[in-house]
Design a protein around this ligand. Structure first.
Ligand SMILES: *[C@@H]1O[C@H](CO)[C@@H](O)[C@H](O)[C@H]1NC(C)=O
Ligand SMILES: *[C@@H]1O[C@H](CO)[C@@H](O)[C@H](O)[C@H]1NC(C)=O
Ligand SMILES: *[C@@H]1O[C@H](CO)[C@@H](O)[C@H](O)[C@H]1NC(C)=O
Ligand SMILES: *[C@@H]1O[C@H](CO)[C@@H](O)[C@H](O)[C@H]1NC(C)=O
Ligand SMILES: *[C@@H]1O[C@H](CO)[C@@H](O)[C@H](O)[C@H]1NC(C)=O
Ligand SMILES: *[C@@H]1O[C@H](CO)[C@@H](O)[C@H](O)[C@H]1NC(C)=O
Length: 823
């Protein structure tokens, strides 16, 4: 057996050797990366870049078309063509050929009848030694001679200077200040037709550099459909997603006398990546993920993301808030009112907003102006094309300069570190709220500042007030005896919970909140304002006033019934509803006041706040939340789905026990069958709820999982779901402990039990955020796993991270009552 098989093996090896040899020689012949003068490339032949061989040049037919084009594509993904030579002059049949013309001044593409379908004219003088080289960056360059230098100066021509619809690392967008030429990317007309389509993306160079997407009009010109925030020195502000990829693909803006351009690089070993604009006007940053066999393009950024990205969505002086979908995305900046209410009613914001109180600024009398600035925080700055920019001055000087110039309506720092100065003198357009946004300082009349308003009232009303005062002294004596008792009954909430939830009159609510005074505001969300209420005995309550604009009619009608349900829910880990007010149009809920604020303040706050939650405490909080949710799901006859679990809805009492708030109220905002609006908190909503509106107990499990992972990592998952892929990566590396918030001390090396519990907890978090609802455990299973070190745990499945789930169009941030702390 053995002796007969040996010769065969030799033969086999020999055959293999020849096979290998012929493969190598053919590789050397067929897959060159250079084309020299005198050689040619015909349809069917290719150039492949050296190194990793990532890019291939050759002939192709796009989509369903049978026409032939010369293009360059990604070798791993041959239908991803990022550069096309003859975009609008296709070749019929397979007769195309690429070669240098005879005198060596052009690289030309000829068809079967030797017509020139495309050419790169690179030299006026003959370049006898012209060479075209497909570099390993994907750049097709022409040099004179074979010296292999990568310096752009050595190139007579390069494809990177003539982009199609794609920006690769090393390419740029912007303007050449010498000759006025622009580098931009232009979408294909359709998947079957690479000729230039309607959308073009470039960098504006008036004002601060901003990336803008133009919709090109048929007869020339066009309009902006989407812009990023200005470059802030490190990234484009309106694109917080950059945090996901800027390490791998560092961005840069070059502003010199010769050019103002934007580009990015890829660090060595980075994934293949591209930025592309497609024929629907969608801009995508994608990276090639070859994990799991086939490989695919993963989206890292996609814009426009939501209605607020539409240019000037809310008109001049409007502010777009993508998380306020229940009412409408648009509102006016503080100090401004809707210019045309009837247009707004029909959801047309193009008229924008108008200033309420005239500015006190008359040219020539600037030194004495009483105008002041109000900061609008966390926004994408307005269009800067008409703004004036001075990078050389400080914010303080900027403010002075704005105040001194009557035409200045707002200013802002130009870069992220607070330096530089942008001054706007006409319309403020295209302002939206955005994660990691900048601060805009809006010039307003003195009357817009509450304190001054009050003092003016006092001045006018002084004589009246004096007589009122005398009267009230007289009345007060009587009242002291009689009213006091009555007042106690009115506004003090009984300590004994058995007495149930009370109804408050609006007068009472006003009296404990100083008539909803601005200094009593402790939180604001899309659907409500939260005030600190002080009862006459000095005890504090949290007063949550639901925004009427956000309430559905059904919600208003069902309010009392929902309150009754909420009042019936009693658990150590639920925030107890003390009272409510249901008068006229007002819908108000009154809760116990929690000194320690919400989990949000502690896990995402400054490091001193974070430090107050040590690891054991965090684990206990997670357990407490889980128990509260189990009670909602299983504790009463009817299971209650919270629908909106998130750190801002979890308050902490004096002993750091978590109290879940806002259970039940979400329902009040959900439009009935016909309505479109869903209550969706970005980053916390499960995929099936976000995409299809399917609501079940498992939606809460998903949100709980995100809250758990955020609590341990101190990182917001956010609308881009940035946290989940990170946890998954650590899981695959077997390094879960690296997830822990780095701003607080790691468990000591001898705290093995704690480390074990933390890892187990993260594992449970991953099980809760499984894509498919049926793969997630129930909340009581979660509690079982959290409370026992020995219970069995399944392995989580790899999430697919559906990109649609990251960019829903229907979105609102329900309440978030305590998420924005204004105190
Ligand atoms: C392309 O090159 C081949 C030889 O390599 C030659 O036979 C052919 O004629 C050339 N085609 C053109 C159009 O120059
Ligand atoms: C190309 O190089 C040759 C000599 O190597 C030189 O004679 C010719 O002028 C060069 N052409 C250009 C356009 O640089
Ligand atoms: C354009 O890109 C968007 C976002 O990636 C995608 O949803 C859409 O299908 C694309 N359109 C075409 C025609 O490829
Ligand atoms: C919105 O209102 C403006 C006038 O302010 C009008 O010109 C425009 O046509 C309106 N747009 C729509 C879609 O109705
Ligand atoms: C006010 O600012 C505008 C725009 O920056 C500028 O054109 C104008 O000269 C300034 N006026 C004064 C009085 O400085
Ligand atoms: C800039 O100024 C021009 C001319 O005054 C005006 O038509 C345009 O609307 C302004 N653009 C912005 C963004 O304010």
């Amino acid at each position: 057996m053995r002796s007969t098989s040996q010769p065969n093996l030799h033969l086999l090896l020999l055959g293999f050797f020849f096979l290998l040899l012929s493969f190598l020689t053919s590789a050397a012949a067929g897959v060159a990366d250079k084309l020299e003068k005198g050689q040619n490339i015909t349809d069917g032949q290719t150039l492949v870049s050296s190194g990793a061989g990532s890019y291939t040049l050759g002939f192709f037919s796009p989509g369903k078309s049978t026409k032939r084009y010369l293009g360059i594509w990604f070798t791993v993904s041959s239908d991803t063509v990022y550069w096309v030579a003859n975009r609008d002059r296709p070749i019929d049949g397979n007769s195309g050929v690429l070669l240098f013309n005879d005198d060596g001044t052009q690289l030309v593409l000829l068809d079967g009848t030797r017509r020139t379908m495309w050419s790169a004219i690179f030299s006026a003088a003959p370049a006898s030694a012209a060479v075209a080289h497909l570099r390993d960056s994907g750049n097709l360059v022409v040099r004179n001679g074979s010296s292999d230098v990568a310096a752009a100066a050595a190139y007579l021509w390069q494809s990177f200077d003539h982009p199609s619809d794609t920006l690769l690392p090393g390419m740029k967008m912007g303007k050449n200040m010498w000759d006025g030429k622009e580098w931009s990317i232009t979408a294909w007309r359709s998947p079957d037709d690479p000729s230039p389509g309607d959308y073009r993306r470039t960098l504006t160079t008036a004002g601060l550099p901003e990336l803008v997407l133009w919709q090109v009009a048929a007869g020339g010109g066009g309009k902006i459909v989407y812009r990023t925030d200005p470059w802030n020195g490190r990234f484009f502000n309106g694109v917080p997603e950059v945090a996901r990829y800027s390490n791998e693909f560092p961005l840069h803006v070059t502003a010199t006398a010769t050019e103002v351009t934007y580009g990015y690089e890829a660090v060595p070993g980075a994934q293949l990546t591209r930025v592309v604009v497609n024929q629907t006007g969608s801009v995508d940053r994608l990276a090639w993920d070859d994990a799991g066999g086939g490989g695919s393009w993963q989206s890292y950024f996609h814009g426009p993301r939501d209605p607020c990205d539409a240019y000037a969505a809310c008109g001049p002086f409007g502010l777009c808030d993508a998380e306020a979908a229940a009412s409408w995305f648009c509102r006016c900046l503080h100090g401004f009112s809707v210019a045309s209410p009837s247009e707004w009613a029909s959801r047309n914001a193009s008229g924008g907003c108008r200033r309420d109180a005239a500015l006190d600024c008359v040219a020539g009398r600037t030194a004495t102006t009483t105008d002041r600035f109000r900061v609008v925080r966390g926004v994408k700055l307005p269009d800067t094309r008409n703004a004036s920019v001075d990078m050389g001055i400080t914010a303080e000087e900027c403010k002075r300069r704005c105040l001194a110039n009557c035409s200045c309506v707002a200013y802002a720092a130009a870069d992220i570190d607070g330096g530089g100065c942008v001054i706007w003198t006409d319309g403020i357009v295209d302002v939206r709220l955005v994660d990691r946004g900048q601060d805009l300082y809006l010039r307003l009349a003195k009357a817009e500042f509450a304190k001054n308003k009050r003092s003016r009232v006092v001045r006018i009303a002084a004589p009246v007030a004096a007589s009122v005062a005398i009267l009230s002294i007289i009345f007060g004596v009587i009242c002291n005896v009689w009213c006091r008792k009555k007042r106690r009954i009115l506004d003090i909430i009984p300590e004994n919970p058995a007495m149930g939830v009370r109804s408050f009159s609006l007068t009472t609510v006003k009296s404990i909140t100083e008539n909803f005074s601005e200094n009593r505001v402790i939180g604001e969300g899309g659907f409500s304002m939260v005030y600190k209420g002080v009862q006459s005995d000095g005890k504090m309550v949290a007063v949550k006033r639901l925004k009427q604009s956000a309430l559905t009619n059904k919600g208003k009608k069902d309010f009392a019934r929902e309150v009754a349900v909420m009042a019936g829910l009693r658990h150590n880990n639920l925030l107890h509803l003390l009272a409510y007010c249901n008068e006229g149009d007002e819908r108000i809920l009154i809760y116990a006041y929690m000194n320690n604020k919400s989990l949000y303040n502690h896990i995402f706050g400054p490091s001193t706040d974070r430090a107050s939650l040590h690891w054991r405490r965090r684990l206990e909080i997670i357990q407490g939340i889980a128990k509260g949710v189990v009670y909602l799901h299983e504790g009463t006859d009817n299971s209650v789905i919270h629908r909106d679990l998130k750190p801002g809805n979890i308050l902490l009492d004096d002993e750091w026990k978590p109290k879940i708030a806002d259970f039940g109220t979400a329902k009040l905002f959900v439009a009935d069958e016909s309505g479109q609006t869903l209550v969706v908190s970005q980053g916390y909503a499960s995929p099936e709820y976000q995409l299809r509106g399917e609501i079940s107990l498992k939606c809460d499990v998903y949100s709980f999982g995100v809250v758990l992972l955020e609590t341990l990592s101190g990182v917001r998952n956010g609308s881009m779901q940035t946290l989940l892929p990170q946890v998954w990566r650590l899981w695959e590396q077997g390094n879960l402990i690296d997830l822990l918030d780095r701003t607080i001390a790691r468990p000591a090396s001898d705290e093995t039990e704690l480390v074990y519990d933390l890892e187990r907890c993260i594992h449970i978090g991953l099980l809760c955020v499984q894509d498919k609802a049926e793969d997630r455990p129930t909340m009581s299973e979660v509690v079982a796993m959290l409370t026992s070190r020995t219970s069995q745990m399944e392995q989580p499945r790899r999430p697919t991270l559906d990109s649609r789930a990251m960019h829903p169009l229907r979105q609102t941030d329900i309440m978030g009552t305590t998420t924005i702390d204004l105190t």
